[in-house]
Design a protein around this ligand. Structure first.
Ligand code: URA
Length: 425
């Protein structure tokens, strides 16, 4: 079985297997699953289908990354990667674009004028050696097997298979030559896997595969029912990431950044315990060192750090002060406590404004989106602002109503729960 998996992956990349043959094989895995060892063999074979990054012996144990299964307003990476680098870790972060209603780190970073996400492998390695952090897109030479397999999964309805998702995600992380990895696996209404049991099964499978390949891996299970933080939309999320890098971020976002950072600092041996690492990340957000790392990364990747020297220059360079960008505010119609903010309604509304792609060929409007003015647990009076929508031209019909109905206001105070439901590993 192990040999045949490696042979099949070879057949995927050298085109000796036809699309029909590859689809038959994928369908078999989709229908029958794969045991843990075969999932590791598949993941290793996919990793080895292309280039695998190597790092100098004296700091290869410091090379780390994170992966999130995606959500609404999930901008953890943009604050976490520089914060980790400011604490001494090396972060060659390879991210993706928005998928359906979920946002993508690359789309957010491209709101920054001049920012290049297409570094070559040599440029990426040099930048990691120089400043410790880079945030880039997938290159053609890393894990080519995944490109063909993913495209064939897409057309054959075999995407939603735990071993196939595991091998796809973990092979790409393993090709970065990581020593440690943290996975943020979301569950809830606006998550890729809405049911907690399924998210847990995926989390365990990814952790087993990555640990089995020698990458020290932990999983944070977290809810994705409400948007993360207040900003949804690419440029708006960069502003909130900068706020977080300067110690002024929303609590739920800062909590995920500190916990995931703490896990990676402990896994790399920089600190003894995750809690100590979380405090170290918290300090880096408050003492300017994480923000300085972010500015170094912006400069190194073609942007201009001076764009972030004042609020006005930041908003202007991100296109948020364009005259064409209009704002519409939605107000509370009754008093009470915010019990729920439905992330899916907000995400679909923002998608309608152009913040993401409905089809692969769609262009993204980086300046549109929404800022949520209240959070779950807040008390509101009639007429208080709930959310401000940033858009161009008239709002699409019904959008204001659907975004307004995302907010549920109850008569009694509401308990605020942590987003983190479990940490595995
Ligand atoms: N993201 C990936 O990269 N691969 C999958 O299979 C699913 C999500």
């Amino acid at each position: 079985m192990s040999d045949s998996i490696a042979d099949i992956v070879n057949g995927v990349i050298d085109d000796s297997l036809s699309d029909e043959q590859v689809i038959d094989w994928l369908q078999n895995i989709f229908d029958n699953g794969l045991d843990e060892q075969s999932t590791i063999t598949l993941t290793e074979s996919m990793r080895d289908s292309g280039e695998v990054l190597t790092w100098p012996e004296d700091w290869k144990h410091l090379v780390v990354d994170k992966h999130s299964t995606g959500g609404v307003g999930d901008k953890v990476s943009i604050s976490l990667a520089p914060a980790l680098a400011s604490c001494g870790l090396k972060v060659p972060m390879i991210s993706g674009r928005g998928l359906g209603h979920t946002g993508g780190t690359l789309d957010k970073l491209e709101s920054i004028a001049g920012f290049r996400i297409d570094l070559s492998i040599a440029e990426l390695q040099q930048q990691i050696a120089d400043i410790g952090v880079a945030m880039v897109g997938q290159t053609d030479s890393l894990v080519p097997a995944d490109r063909r397999m993913y495209a064939l999964r897409d057309v054959s309805g075999t995407v939603a298979s735990i071993p196939l998702i595991t091998s796809s995600i973990v092979s790409k992380k393993a090709a970065e030559g990581l020593a440690a990895l943290v996975l943020d696996v979301k569950h809830g209404r606006a998550a890729f896997m809405s049911e907690r049991e399924k998210a847990e099964a995926l989390a365990q499978s990814m952790a087993d595969a990555a640990n089995g390949m020698g990458i020290t891996t932990s999983v944070v299970l977290s809810t994705m029912d409400n948007p993360l933080g207040c900003a949804v939309g690419n440029a708006l999320e960069i502003v909130e990431s900068v706020e977080t890098l300067c110690g002024r971020g929303p609590h739920d976002l800062e909590d995920l950044v500190c916990v995931q950072g703490g896990i990676l600092l402990a896994a790399s041996g920089i600190v003894g315990e995750m809690e100590e690492g979380a405090l170290m990340i918290h300090d880096s957000l408050n003492d300017g060192s994480a923000f300085e790392k972010f500015l170094q990364m912006v400069d190194a990747q073609g942007g201009n750090r001076d764009d972030f020297s004042s609020d006005h220059s930041m908003l202007s360079s991100l296109g948020l002060l364009d005259e064409g960008v209009l704002s519409t505010e939605i107000y509370a119609e009754h008093k009470g406590w915010i019990e729920d903010i439905d992330a899916m309604s907000i995400a679909l509304g923002c998608l309608d404004l152009g913040s993401g792609r409905k089809k692969l060929a769609d262009t993204v409007d980086h300046a549109v989106g929404a800022i949520i003015e209240t959070q779950v647990g807040d008390e509101v009076e009639v007429g208080d602002s709930l959310i401000v929508i940033y858009h161009r031209g008239e709002l699409p019909e019904g959008l204001s109503e659907s975004i307004s109905s995302a907010f549920n206001i109850e008569k009694d105070p509401v308990e605020i729960k942590s987003r983190i439901t479990e940490i595995i590993g």
